[in-house]
Ligand binder design. Structure first.
Ligand SMILES: C[S@@+](CC[C@H](N)C(=O)[O-])C[C@H]1O[C@@H](n2cnc3c(N)ncnc32)[C@H](O)[C@@H]1O
Length: 359
């Protein structure tokens, strides 16, 4: 059972995912370089390119545009792009953008398809994919390992700056283990789908030595939820059983299934390249330039809302008027950001690894 229905649809995620694009853009040169070393001469005759966790497709199609062009430099074979996400994802924007004006957005001899399913399962035929990617997605857990997380709304706990709330060691360990199981399942599924020599690029938000991508954004959501507990809009029990099913890995946690001693996936992949990096967040940069706190609070809230609201809605399923509660929570977030922007600093830390399927 997936723990989220996906992002907010109807173009909302596409319009509010510039930070995710910044993290993707950083590793695009890796794709171009990796494609240049690939051999497309062996079967299958169709070159398969697959992106997992594609959401509404804005960023996924932009990545594929680079990937298709990079592969075209080295093969004239037909290319198929696959864009995959949860069955509950809103694929309608993706479909519109894949064939604007009735033609493939990627040009001639490229066909595309969308596949609904959890990326922790095998979703494509064996040895049918030459290059697989996933961006800003494998932090989403495949299952909720605990029913309650009473002290905070995210497994990684509050920022050091605020320290509001707490996650016990045993609670953290349950999420760490779930994230490790998910990653192994993801790598095992992709290893079955990839051709020998095929590439897998995994990029995800994470926790670095100094900053974590979760800091700031989840503190403000936590503060807003607690304010709604205080005024009686939501119960303490709703707060204590709510958490975002997302885990922010360290770089070591990302690479461990391939590189650690006795690693489960060590025999499946060769690690080609790995890096932890921080990218500038466009709306933070704009705010530093303009000082316009209203624009900043609006962009920050919409960015956060795009991926947190669907989980919140699932959790408020039994509320008589979930839409009013949800609107009130995000309005409150906007107010907190406007009043105290320095209380919720946001840094986008990402980790990426490029793997080659061995065998
Ligand atoms: C933050 S969005 C990233 C979208 C896009 N890759 C980007 O970087 O802009 C995370 C995506 O992961 C998807 N996701 C979460 N859990 C998933 C799962 N188990 N299987 C497939 N996709 C999943 C969500 O539905 C969402 O579309």
């Amino acid at each position: 059972m997936a723990v989220t229905t996906g992002m907010i649809g109807r173009g909302f995620y596409n319009r509010n995912s510039a930070p995710q694009w910044a993290a993707i853009n950083y590793v695009l040169p890796w794709i171009v370089e990796a494609a240049s070393g690939m051999d497309f001469a062996d079967p299958p005759t169709t070159v398969g390119l697959a992106d997992f966790g594609c959401s509404e497709g804005g960023n996924s199609i932009a990545v594929m545009t680079t990937l298709v062009a990079a592969c075209r430099e080295h093969t004239t074979r037909p290319i198929q792009t696959i864009h995959s996400d949860l069955p509950t994802n809103d694929f309608s924007e993706l479909f519109k953008r894949l064939r604007p004006e009735g033609r493939s957005v990627f040009g001639e001899a490229v066909q595309s398809a969308a596949v609904g399913g959890s990326m922790y399962d095998q979703l494509l035929p064996p040895r049918s994919v030459h290059f697989a990617t996933t961006f800003n997605a494998i932090g989403f857990l495949g299952a909720r390992p605990l029913d309650r997380l009473p002290g905070y709304i995210l497994p990684n706990g509050p920022s050091r700056l605020r320290g509001v709330g707490a996650v016990a060691e045993a609670e953290h360990a349950a999420f760490e283990q779930q994230a490790a199981r998910d990653l192994e399942a993801f790598l095992t599924a992709r290893s079955a789908e990839l051709v020998p020599g095929g590439k897998l690029l995994v990029e995800v938000f994470g926790a670095g030595a100094e900053h974590r991508t979760c800091d700031g954004i989840y503190d403000v959501l936590n503060d807003a939820l607690l304010a709604h507990v205080s005024d009686g809009t939501i119960s303490r029990n709703v707060y204590e059983t709510f958490y975002q099913p997302v885990y922010f890995r360290t770089l070591d946690e990302l690479t461990a299934p391939v590189t650690a001693p006795q690693a489960q996936c060590a025999g499946l992949f060769r690690m080609e390249r790995v890096e932890s990096y921080e990218v500038p967040v466009p709306f933070v940069e704009d705010y530093q330039g303009s000082g316009d706190v209203d624009v900043y609070a609006n962009a920050f809230t919409n960015f956060l809302r795009a991926f947190t609201e669907p989980v919140l809605r699932l959790h408020l399923d039994h509320d008589p008027d979930p839409s009013t509660v949800v609107t009130s929570i995000y309005d409150h977030i906007k107010g907190l950001l406007r009043a105290n922007p320095e209380r919720y600093p946001f840094h986008y830390v990402a980790h990426a690894m490029l793997l080659t399927r061995i065998g």
